[in-house]
Design a protein around this ligand. Structure first.
Ligand SMILES: CCCCCCCCCCCCC/C=C/[C@@H](O)[C@H](COP(=O)(O)O)NC(=O)CCCCCCCCCCCCCCC
Ligand SMILES: Nc1ncnc2c1ncn2[C@@H]1O[C@H](COP(=O)(O)OP(=O)(O)O)[C@@H](O)[C@H]1O
Ligand SMILES: [Ca+2]
Length: 554
């Protein structure tokens, strides 16, 4: 770790013990003087560790000067001001982020320093505040939307009790809107909200609520820039405002896959420190009409059927997905159709390379530096003329496009464990018709370490664009003409006519688009690289080595 020049160094008391407290522009550290003296010259890391602490300045939430005749933070009891070893009359408290042993969970911790003089106390408070003021990525004003009916209907309580106090401690001002109907937040963002007033938008709810907010913001950006969303060829304008997600829904996959947990306090702290995680978005069209955007799962067949069935069981809360999941699994329906896609080329990795997208992911970083800057540099038609489409026809139990891992509490590694958040691609997973037991084996692998793609009936491709046409619409489609020639078309038309007559044609499924049912089954999908940014930093690798003096991960 590079040495930074010291800004301050004083002997202050913590819980009546003298500590050497130092601040540089990166780290605040405090070391028990007595433990240090007692063990001088003994290279026993454990002993030194016991009295040494540090916190990165960028993970300090706030600093507050405290009245000395107040209840002690540590015991909760009213106490006399300690007189020794230094006469500590004045105190300040630093609130900072502490990583919990539970995976990727953050908590707000604090330490109170007692100073011998008020001027020293003020100097410390002022200097720490100045350092915090230099962190310009931190939001100051946020627009918050709460869905009071998401998940277990606890969105409002979660925000009021767990999140609002953290925002107020970090002196973030908020305008809060509790939604009164579906699409309230989307419409408000699209047409009314004065976005110039804010540094970010916060969504309290599940994936559906996040999808609303993302639609509102993305559509607003396109409107303001004069971009026509209905054309698939358009290069969309990225959103300037970051989005924070406070998880309070049923699946919470966007939050889980970008933060590593579905814990509201952790998410609030990522917002406070002003983290940024760019994210891809898929646009979904039917012919010339724009249908929706998707950030996580576009699923036809199994996940479409689970969603359609679960909508009728909304009153059950998150458990509706498990009940509908079992029901759909038992019905074991397959669907016929044609999937065509443009594979992602070159250095973007593959869905089976086991390169998990982690904080600061090199693949996503490289994609961002390769991204065309000019609007016309890489239009869809250019890409189409350069690359060739792969066409696959078949009977499928599920067709899933995962633009990110889709990790969630039900499946901690997700639908596509190596998918990237911001690489401009989606992982297209085709699960062909197979036996129930094989499909169950495949599903079970989403919950353990085994490779869910290692089955003869599963294929996975990393793609930039794809299309799907259900079988009953294929007769008229051009794909058939290209694929089968005129004779093939005649043959298919005949089958379709026969099926229409006897009514034995397998039914269609629905597309599950981030938890919403799409009104069409024939769709065209294009990935837009890094169109939005979240207040998150991706999944952090667990520290493997700690600095023995400071306790910080190196
Ligand atoms: C045997 C156990 C199999 C477990 C397989 C779990 C795979 C889970 C992958 C989930 C990917 C989720 C992608 C995100 C989707 C969300 O956008 C979207 C909306 O979320 P929201 O309501 O929070 O707004 N959520 C969903 O569409 C829900 C998908 C959840 C599917 C759960 C399926 C459970 C399947 C259970 C099958 C059990 C078979 C047992 C047979 C004896
Ligand atoms: N006030 C409201 N009343 C009814 N529905 C709402 C309201 N606010 C948002 N919604 C809708 O509720 C749906 C589900 O919300 P979400 O927060 O994702 O919960 P869940 O994860 O349980 O599905 C979203 O599609 C959203 O559009
Ligand atoms: Ca992606």
């Amino acid at each position: 770790m590079e040495k930074q020049p010291r800004l301050l160094c004083s002997e202050l008391c913590v819980q009546r013990r003298p500590y050497e407290v130092t601040l540089n522009c990166a780290i605040l550290a405090w070391k028990d003087v007595q433990i240090g003296q007692k063990h001088t010259g003994r290279a026993i890391y454990g002993t030194v560790k016991a009295g040494s602490h540090c916190v990165h300045v960028c993970e300090i939430i706030a600093v507050q000067e405290m009245e000395d005749d107040s209840p002690s933070k540590d015991t909760g009891k009213w106490q006399k001001v300690p007189q020794s070893p230094v006469d500590c009359q004045h105190t300040f408290t630093v609130f900072y982020i502490e990583r919990r042993t539970r995976q990727h969970c953050w908590r707000c911790s604090n330490v109170t320093f007692h100073c011998p003089e008020q001027s020293l106390c003020l100097l410390w408070v002022q200097t720490i505040r100045e350092q915090l003021g230099l962190l310009t990525n931190r939001p100051k004003r946020l627009l918050v939307y709460i869905n009071p009916y998401g998940g277990k209907q606890r969105g409002k309580q979660i925000y009021d009790h767990k999140v609002a106090p953290i925002f107020s401690q970090a002196t973030i001002s908020t305008d809060v809107i509790v939604t009164e109907r579906a699409n309230h937040a989307r419409d408000h963002l699209k047409t009314e909200a004065d976005l110039k007033k804010y540094d970010g938008v916060v969504c309290v709810g599940g994936d559906g609520m996040f999808s609303e907010i993302m639609h509102g913001l993305v559509s607003r950006m396109q409107q303001d820039a004069g971009v026509d969303e209905s054309s698939m060829e358009e290069t969309l304008v990225p959103c300037g405002l970051r989005i924070g997600i406070i998880p309070a829904g049923s699946t919470d996959c966007v939050c889980y896959a970008t933060v590593g947990s579905n814990d509201p306090v952790t998410s609030a702290l990522h917002i406070v420190v002003g983290d940024s995680q760019p994210m891809d978005i898929c646009s979904v069209h039917n012919e010339d009409s724009f249908l929706r955007y998707s950030v996580s799962l576009l699923g036809y067949g199994f996940y479409g059927d689970v969603l359609a069935d679960s909508e009728r069981k909304r009153w059950m809360g998150p458990a509706r997905y498990d009940i509908s999941g079992v029901k759909t699994f038992l019905s074991h329906r397959y669907y016929e159709g044609t999937v065509s896609f443009l594979p992602a080329e070159g250095s973007l990795g593959t869905p089976r390379d086991k390169m998990q997208c982690l904080s600061g992911c090199s693949i996503c970083r490289q994609t961002s530096s390769d991204r065309p800057v000019s609007k016309d540099e890489d239009s869809v038609s250019d890409a189409e003329s350069r690359d060739t489409w792969t066409v696959i026809r078949g009977k499928f139990l599920a067709i899933n496009a995962a633009s990110m891992s889709c990790a969630c509490p039900r499946s901690p590694k997700g639908l596509s464990p190596s998918a990237h958040l911001a690489d401009g691609t989606t992982d297209l997973i085709l699960v062909r018709k197979c036996s129930r037991i094989d499909f169950l084996r495949h599903l079970l692998r989403h919950t353990n370490k085994d490779d869910q793609f290692d089955h003869s009936f599963v294929e996975v491709y990393r793609v930039k664009q794809f299309r799907f046409t259900p079988r009953h619409q294929e007769c008229d489609s051009e794909v058939d003409l290209r694929e089968n020639g005129a004779g093939g078309k005649r043959f298919l038309s005949q089958i379709c006519r026969e099926h229409r007559a006897c009514g034995c044609m397998p039914s269609q499924s629905n597309w599950n688009c981030d938890g919403e049912i799409l009104p069409h089954t024939a769709i065209q999908v294009r990935v837009h690289c890094q169109l939005i940014t979240l207040f998150a930093r991706g999944i952090e690798e667990q520290p493997v080595f700690e600095d023995p003096y400071t306790h910080c991960a190196i």
